[in-house]
Design a protein around this ligand. Structure first.
Ligand SMILES: [Zn+2]
Length: 68
């Protein structure tokens, strides 16, 4: 199961707005997989994270592994 593309979650630290987006390789599409501003409150404290801890670990340990 390792190496599968994972969902991405964008989350606003100001108002707890969040959106899980389907994986799109390494492409960041603002408004779809990447949010510069929170659509709900306009805040800039956005974070983006992978869906699970284990998949983040795989990404960190094996950066050569491509998921697209
Ligand atoms: Zn917000």
């Amino acid at each position: 199961m390792w190496g599968k593309a994972r969902n991405l979650t964008s989350e606003c630290l100001d108002c707890s707005w969040r959106k899980t987006s389907p994986p799109a390789g390494d492409v960041l599409m603002q408004g779809l997989t990447y949010f510069k501003h929170c659509p709900a409150c306009g805040g800039e404290n956005m974070i983006r994270r992978e869906s699970t801890d284990i998949e983040q670990l795989v990404e960190r340990l094996m950066p050569w592994r491509r998921v697209d």
